[in-house]
Design a protein around this ligand. Structure first.
Ligand code: NAD
Ligand code: GLY
Length: 368
């Protein structure tokens, strides 16, 4: 078996030890001995979607071993990430009489992962689940850390729960079928880790971007591993986002405003986050905590990944600010933004004057 890299997410505390491994390697979708330990019962319920299932469902079923395996194939897309689809998953679990001993398996990108995780959190007050992420974004971000959710028409990820998986199985080979645009969107979250915690990794990304975009397996493995190490560290330090974990949302408040404005359709999450990071870096320069040269390095790396660096032309400053105010990071009416204090160090600030944000948006080309 080719080399498998293991990263542990350490989660102790009053709820008992809920630590779990992330396994990264080539061909893991065909199985790994560790997977057999994560599935403790005889029942397995795999949730996937109509795009991913034809590619990887059969192999994932085989990897689960000699058990009773049921499957549910959902329609593809963020527009299906709502309570109605959650109900479909619960209906299917009940119809097929899955007990509390069942294990749900999420086979897909962040949309399938977030919904399956939430179903696992709710079904019979919580059952086990495993993440088998198949997009770069899901492999480096959404499959790790136990945030699960569905969208509400009034806001993204507004209904959800913290529910940690038993394990995360990352097969790096599945990225060969991922569309280029989705790969680039995942790179936005990879760049994020360099910006907030890992300046050496940022410099490596500057050198390795052509290889990453070409789908070079060795380069992608390094990027996934390094991203997972940072995500695991931050989640272990602050599972429920009472402080540090908020830095993982670098660029996201600006990004969510773009996603809301465009109706979650024309822009991918990673693309909106890419522009968000450029804006957050520009804001940090205005606040005097980031050197202009470093903000330019962030913009240039985002551009090199083939990602957008400017907000949509029809999004005016006032509307932008209104959308930003509807964010889970707004507490008691105060907007909390992630700001860089140098490349590689992120902090949460709730004292950024509205005028400074408005000036940053205008300078970036947002309509008046
Ligand atoms: P996605 O799940 O919609 O997947 C993107 C597209 O790629 C889909 O069409 C999917 O069917 C397809 N696809 C997936 N794997 C494939 C493969 N190997 N080959 C070919 N096609 C494949 O989008 P995403 O970017 O993975 O996830 C975005 C979602 O993740 C959003 O809903 C976002 O809110 C959520 N998210 C959650 C967290 C968290 O911590 N829980 C973090 C970041 C993002
Ligand atoms: N993606 C942000 C988080 O997991 O906290």
């Amino acid at each position: 078996m080719p080399a498998v890299r293991r990263i542990d997410v350490h989660l102790g505390g009053p709820d008992g030890d809920r630590s779990y491994p992330i396994l990264i390697g080539s061909g893991l979708i065909d199985g790994h001995p560790e997977l057999q330990r994560w599935i403790t019962g005889r029942e397995v319920f795999i949730v996937s979607n109509e795009t991913v299932a034809p590619l990887y469902l059969e192999r994932t079923m085989s990897a689960c071993g000699d058990r009773r395996i049921d499957t549910l194939i959902l329609p593809d897309g963020e527009s299906h990430k709502h309570l109605g689809t959650l109900e479909k998953i619960i209906d299917a679990l009940l119809e097929r009489r899955h007990s509390r001993a069942t294990t749900l398996v999420a086979l897909g990108g962040g949309v399938v992962g977030d919904m399956t995780g939430f179903a696992a959190a709710c079904y019979q007050r919580g059952v086990a689940f495993i993440q088998v992420p198949t997009t770069l974004l899901a492999q480096v971000d959404s499959s790790i850390g136990g945030k699960t959710a569905v969208n509400h028409p009034r806001g993204k990820n507004m209904i959800g729960a913290f529910h940690q998986p038993r394990g995360v199985l990352i097969d790096t080979d599945v990225l060969v079928t991922l569309p280029r645009r989705e790969l680039a969107a995942g790179l936005a979250e990879v760049i994020k880790y360099g910006c907030i915690r890992d300046p050496e990794f940022f410099a490596w990304l500057e050198r390795s971007m052509p290889a990453l975009l070409a789908g070079d397996a060795a380069a992608l493995s390094v990027a996934i591993e390094r991203s997972c190490v940072t995500k695991a560290d931050v989640v272990a330090a602050d599972e429920r986002e009472s402080g540090l974990r908020a830095i993982l949302n670098f660029g996201h408040t600006f990004g969510h405003a773009i996603e809301t404005h465009t109706g979650y359709r024309s822009w991918l999450h990673g693309e909106a986050v890419a522009v968000g990071m450029v804006l957050a870096a520009a804001l940090s320069v205005r606040l005097g905590t980031l050197h202009e040269d470093d903000a330019e390095r962030i913009r240039a790396l985002v551009a090199a990944a083939g990602l957008p660096t400017r907000p949509p032309e029809d999004l005016g400053v006032e509307t932008f600010l209104e959308h930003m105010a509807v964010d889970k990071k707004v507490i008691d009416g105060r907007l909390r933004l992630i700001v860089l204090e140098g490349l590689g160090t992120a902090v949460v600030r709730d004292d950024v004057p509205r005028a400074v944000i408005a000036d940053t948006l205008s300078a970036a080309g947002a309509a008046p």
